[in-house]
Design a protein around this ligand. Structure first.
Ligand code: SF4
Ligand code: ZN
Length: 296
């Protein structure tokens, strides 16, 4: 099969029924990345961006693409949750890429910050892990003077998050999706941006391989039983019949966005004992840490 440029194709976009060769696919990924940043003004007025790098395909590709933007300073932050057989391997690949791109790499560990690792607690892993990781990312990005945190969420992740919150009936979280989720305005809260959010996961993998970006293939042992995995399987099934399903879910959300913005409630900001901004008296991370410590 041939790409529209005449070269041999390596990829078929079944949702638009077109074939792509390697160079055309790479160009397409880079164009979508730049377009997302420009259209949503993701780095407007930014001087320093913290890139959350896990060492997997998405975040390593994100770091590689971000490093091509010369107007901003970058630092990389990796969180080590303490998950045996997984995190060590991904951290090595994050380190390798940071060294190659000459970007400062900071590894922050649960064990050092909280006194426990994910492997040592007997809890609903992903919900605890996600909250604690976001807490450390915000704290570290703020400490290093970053004005944004770039995360490697791709279009497939976004479609999963849309359906996940829909199924959970979580309107609050549902309203906080999109390329630059508006959570709270406070100088201690570093806003997150998702520059890969309009690129399909399979195209990110191909881009990483075509451009020799190192990435770890390991997946977290706790991911097999989480709700996101069920949604992923559900979307895979739907996609086999409707190849544009993921794109339509994300487009539908984007069309809803203006209405969601109007109805979003203003959150009053307090400060937790740990110094982090939150909506209640105590932040969710501190409540979870207390929970875990009390049970030990
Ligand atoms: Fe943490 Fe769950 Fe992700 Fe594993 S799959 S790193 S436990 S959020
Ligand atoms: Zn707190």
């Amino acid at each position: 099969m041939k790409c529209i440029c005449g070269k041999s194709a390596i990829h078929y976009r079944d949702w638009e029924k077109k074939f792509y060769c390697g160079p055309c696919l790479s160009r397409h990924v880079e164009r979508t990345f730049k377009h997302t940043i420009r259209k949503s003004e993701l780095i407007k007025n930014s001087k320093k961006i913290a890139v959350a790098v896990s060492g997997g395909k998405d975040s390593n590709t994100l770091l590689y693409l971000m490093s091509k933007i010369k107007a901003v300073e970058l630092i990389a932050i990796s969180i080590d949750e303490g998950i045996a057989g997984y995190r060590k391997q991904t951290l090595q690949s994050a380190k390798k890429l940071c060294n190659r791109l000459n970007i400062e790499h900071n590894i922050i560990s649960f064990k050092k910050e909280f006194g426990f690792s994910m492997d040592s607690i007997d809890k609903n892993y992903c919900s605890y892990c996600g909250v604690l990781r976001r807490h450390l990312l915000n704290k570290t990005a703020h400490k290093f003077g970053a004005d944004k945190i770039a995360v490697g969420h791709n279009m497939d992740d976004e479609a999963q998050s849309i359906l996940l919150n829909f199924i959970r009936g979580d309107m609050n979280r549902f309203q906080r999706l999109g390329v630059s989720p508006h959570v709270i305005s406070n100088k201690k809260f570093v806003p997150r941006i998702k520059p890969l959010r309009n690129i399909r996961e399979k195209e990110i993998v191909l881009y990483a391989m075509l451009n020799r970006i190192p990435f770890a293939h390991a997946s977290c042992p706790y991911s097999a039983h989480n709700q996101r995995r069920s949604i992923m399987n559900f979307i895979d099934k739907i996609e086999s019949e409707y190849p544009d399903a993921v794109i339509q879910i994300v487009r539908f959300y984007d069309n809803l966005r203006p209405m969601l913005n109007k109805s979003a409630s203003k959150v009053k900001i307090n400060f937790c004992q740990c110094g982090e901004p939150c909506s209640g008296k105590k932040c969710m991370a501190c409540r979870m840490i207390e929970d875990i410590r009390n049970e030990r």
